[in-house]
Design a protein around this ligand. Structure first.
Ligand SMILES: C[C@H](O)[C@H](O)[C@H]1CNC2=NC(N)=NC(=O)C2=N1
Length: 103
């Protein structure tokens, strides 16, 4: 997959397809909240997906809140299609694990 930065238009379109995801401090990011007991399972599932894709998020966990931050080091820290693809994968895994968008 290309590691070129997304154009502004492509990024805008991607964000409309990824509800709750936004750009903060140079990362495509979203926080989810759920019962604390489901967070380790979601983390493990995302870690497996990341290894499969060879693309890794910054992940922070605080009690039942898990936050993902994505950018592409190989593109100088820009947001690329690798990030939006991984965000979509995380979104699906989050839904499967019963966590909700953290307002
Ligand atoms: C060598 C290896 O393919 C690279 O370091 C991969 C691994 N995971 C990665 N993750 C992220 N987020 N960006 C990258 O550019 C990246 N590159």
């Amino acid at each position: 997959m290309a590691t070129k930065p997304l154009t502004d238009a492509a990024l805008e379109k991607a964000l409309t397809d990824l509800p709750g995801w936004s750009i903060q401090e140079g990362e495509l990011t979203k926080s989810f909240k759920g019962p604390r007991s489901v967070v380790p399972g979601l983390y493990a599932a995302v870690a497996a997906a990341e290894d499969e894709a060879d693309h890794h998020a910054r992940i922070t966990i605080l009690y039942g809140t898990i936050t993902f931050g994505l950018n592409t080091h190989d593109a100088g820290g820009a947001i690329t299609a690798k990030d939006t693809a991984m965000a979509a994968r995380i979104e699906a895994l989050a839904a499967e694990h019963g966590v909700q968008t953290q307002p």
